[in-house]
Design a protein around this ligand. Sequence first.
Ligand SMILES: NC(=O)c1ccc[n+]([C@@H]2O[C@H](COP(=O)([O-])OP(=O)(O)OC[C@H]3O[C@@H](n4cnc5c(N)ncnc54)[C@H](O)[C@@H]3O)[C@@H](O)[C@H]2O)c1
Length: 423
Amino acid sequence: MATTAPSHDVKDLGLAPAGVTRVEWADRQMPVLSAIRERFERERPLDGIRISACLHVTTETANLARTLKAGGADVVLCASNPLSTQDDVAAALVAEYGIPVFAIRGEDDQTYYSHISAAVDHHPQLTMDDGADVIGVLHKDRRDQLGEILGGTEETTTGVIRLKALEAEGQLTFPIIAVNEADTKHLFDNRYGTGQSTIDGIIRATNFLLAGRRFVVAGYGWTGRGVAMRARGMGAHVIVTEVEPVRALEALMDGYEVMSMERAAEVGDVFCTATGDKNVIGRGAIERLKDGAILANTGHFNVEIEIPALRDLAVATREARPDVEEFEFADGRKVYLIGEGRLVNLATAEGHPAAVMDMSFANQALSAEHVVAHAGELERRVYVVPEEIDREIARLKLESMGVEIDQLTEEQARYLASWDEGT
Ligand SMILES: NC(=O)c1ccc[n+]([C@@H]2O[C@H](COP(=O)([O-])OP(=O)(O)OC[C@H]3O[C@@H](n4cnc5c(N)ncnc54)[C@H](O)[C@@H]3O)[C@@H](O)[C@H]2O)c1
């Protein structure tokens, strides 16, 4: 299949030198991915494979794209969120690293989808998604291309949920590796990466003092746990809302206050949704918010806060600070929405620190290699990342941090595998 020659669409190629400096800075924190890149350069496991990647266009993603290219892949990149693109990085990828990018920070929805479409025009053999957008477009509008695809990878919880739904309906047409399911992904990226960078985004946008404030975290999954942990570390009084009883109990025993969103709405100073669900802060909760309440979301889509209700209830809106919109209600209360309710760590900070994306993107690179190596054998299913890849990434990460761990002795291995060895 001949590909259409991809060009690019970025804000300003003149930003490239600044982007390169930042990409190199991130690379220093990504030793596992660097080691994979060196091996890929030698072995070329992705030789000639066309990849369409739809990821947040950040310094860390740039290093992943460089790694795929080093492995021989023909990569194009588009954004997985209209507000997460770092324009200098997009420019650097095009001008310095020779990787076509279709992404401009702040692009409208129409441009966002036209950029995804441009990436799909590349006729991928391998898709790489963060939120299942490319796979969605292929399954809905580009079915004629489905036969060209060997497989795909998916980065985040929300994307994996969608792909499992597609699989359950018997509609999934190629194998997917759910990168999010790797222990070396969600235990670290979702928890420590999102935890730190979400707090960073809220603070950069507002310069708000968290100490002594009531900080409401909606959802106590991997991201919610990280946000709650780091908000507490900043001295906030953390309140958790949940719908799942075991998670709610866990939050309670981790020492947080747990209550319904309806009640939390009346007492919270800062709110952060982390659920992957919609209308978690819905109209009823919005009506109860205190004057000055700050609303942020770190879940994948901007549906967790019911923004249409916020607009409907407001008698006036204005930009209070860059990326902070003020909504004034009829009774004079004012509440603030950060980054259009889009994932705040990418909208108003820089996304996850490189050291954690090192593991997430090592999973992406090795999963891509796995899909290509096993193309004929994989079924049309959502697979977890093979355990040997997960373990190897943890081993390499520990090694890069200079940490040694013990090894099982033969006697211990035998003991742990036996059922009849007594005390
Ligand atoms: N900002 C980022 O960089 C980033 C990073 C990783 C994941 N994510 C996204 O964050 C979201 C959550 O991911 P996760 O890995 O924590 O998922 P998870 O499944 O581990 O946790 C989600 C939690 O939200 C709870 N929940 C669902 N509906 C709720 C509601 N109405 N009120 C309160 N709680 C509710 C669920 O019971 C669950 O415990 C997803 O959209 C994911 O894609 C974002």
